[in-house]
Write a protein that binds this ligand. Structure first.
Ligand code: ADP
Ligand code: MG
Length: 230
């Protein structure tokens, strides 16, 4: 079999029921991504970017179309298998960080390893190594509330990477950060993309940040276009 790349989406349609009406959100979306690629996803608010990211991240399913992720046929997978693939292959980074407030930075980062049964001591040691990599080696015991926005996003990035995923999906990861901190977070994500060959898909509204990634896609009313509108 010819290896289809990391991601192969073909003819994806997705609609939601809103106030009794069926609304088409994604129209015939196709996308191929190779391992290690970096790709920005732009588009107006409500154009369907998060919906596409959630489908790529196995958090939501398309109504129609094919999706192969690392050779797995996602349409054929049951919920348990989807959860396993998600835990093993994918790291998520969100605009609002989504850290658990009662856990320390170290415990937040170790969480995905706990779900896959890694012994606690080993999970915490790996979390410490990742925190070191994102520049927070001294902050492992801090709770999220004691960290700045940029530091919280670094913790979230460490959590996304601790399981050595193949794919990082970042939904407006710099949306809550000032411009200088956003640029630092971009440097970190791109550095990790290069050194670990982890594929990166990042939603952003910032065309300058988007220009630093290898590919640029734009969602316009549920239709995915390669490159930016002139
Ligand atoms: P974006 O991330 O580009 O801002 P989204 O993908 O979040 O856009 O949303 C696209 C459209 O789909 C919006 O109109 C939104 O209201 C709608 N939508 C998203 N999720 C749901 C849902 N679970 N149920 C109903 N409508 C939804
Ligand atoms: Mg969104």
């Amino acid at each position: 079999m010819v290896h289809p790349g990391l991601i192969s989406l073909n003819g994806i349609n997705k609609s939601y029921l809103q106030a009794g009406q069926r609304l088409r959100i994604l129209s015939d979306v196709s996308l191929s991504l190779a391992p290690g690629e970096s790709c920005a996803l732009l588009g107006a608010s409500g154009s369907g970017k998060s919906t596409l990211l959630n489908i790529l991240g196995l958090l939501d399913q398309a109504d129609e179309g094919e999706y192969r992720l690392a050779g797995h046929d996602i349409r054929q997978a049951d919920p348990e298998r989807l959860a396993g693939l998600r835990n093993r292959l994918i790291g998520f980074v969100f605009q609002s960080f989504n850290l658990l407030p009662r856990l320390s930075a170290r415990e937040n980062v170790a969480l995905p390893l706990g779900y896959r049964g890694t012994p606690r001591r080993e999970a915490l040691a790996r979390a410490d190594r990742l925190l070191e990599r994102v520049g927070l080696g001294q902050r492992g015991d801090h709770r999220p509330a004691d960290l700045s926005g940029g530091q919280r996003q670094r913790v979230a990035i460490a959590r996304a990477l601790v399981g050595e995923p193949t794919l990082i999906l970042a939904d407006e990861p710099t949306g809550n950060l000032d411009a200088a901190t956003a640029a630092d977070i971009m440097d970190l994500l791109l550095g990790l993309n290069r050194e670990r060959q982890v594929t990166l898909v990042m939603v952003t509204h910032d065309t300058r940040l988007a220009g630093r990634l290898e590919r640029c896609l734009e969602m316009r009313q549920g239709v995915l276009h390669e490159g930016l509108a002139p």
